[in-house]
Ligand binder design. Structure first.
Ligand SMILES: [Zn+2]
Length: 201
């Protein structure tokens, strides 16, 4: 198991559209496992491959342990941890909801974003088998956030112009390195900072 450093705003790899994956390899399977390990270590519920420096169309999502205030419905099926290869959103619902998002590449930055409540996603699994799923609630929210990453889009780019203006200060703090997340990171210039739990004492 390897925990990978998370690339922070404003590293160029996060603004570049990722490349489709054409075949599954042993190396790629290991990388997918590393992405899950990295996401869990950072207490995330979604992670895109370019957030760990690899410009390929792949994201991992696990909302099973999240506090989902939005969905009080206990009958809701639990979606297992999922790796989505070359995911594409084929359909967005008309109904949009405002929900607070955060991002491992944007530490200490949380804002409410308006997005469609439900989406239909086409993706390939780790055996390169194609699937189409219809999802709503938290999973749909995270999937849209991660697929945006794969297209080089940060969630703050979806904010209303007022909220976006108000968030400039937070973005500047991330660039200056005034934030200390509890995971290893690579900053905008490519410099790596390793986190160790001892740093907290
Ligand atoms: Zn993110």
């Amino acid at each position: 198991m390897s925990i990978l450093p998370v690339y922070l705003y404003n590293h160029p790899v996060l603004k570049k559209k990722t490349e489709p994956i054409t075949e599954m390899t042993g190396e790629l399977r290991t990388f997918i496992q590393d992405m899950f390990d990295t996401m869990y270590a950072a207490d995330g519920i979604g992670l895109a491959a370019n957030q760990v420096g690899s410009s390929i169309s792949l994201t991992v999502i696990d909302v099973s342990r999240a506090d989902d205030d939005e969905d009080e419905d206990d009958d809701e099926p639990v979606i297992e941890p999922l790796a989505l290869i070359n995911p594409i959103i084929e359909y967005f619902s008309d109904e949009e909801i405002d929900f607070e998002e955060g991002c491992l590449s944007l530490p200490h930055f949380r804002e409410k974003v308006m997005r469609p409540d439900a989406v239909q996603i086409r993706y390939m699994d780790i055996d390169m088998k194609e699937h189409t799923i219809e999802v709503d609630g938290l999973f749909a929210r995270v999937a849209q956030h991660e697929i945006d990453h794969l297209n080089g889009i940060y969630f703050f780019e979806r904010l209303t112009s007022l909220r976006r203006t108000l968030s400039q200060k937070k973005l500047k703090r991330i660039i200056r390195g005034d934030i200390a997340p509890k995971y290893s990171v690579v900053d905008a210039s490519g410099k790596r900072f390793d986190y160790s739990p001892d740093d907290d004492e």
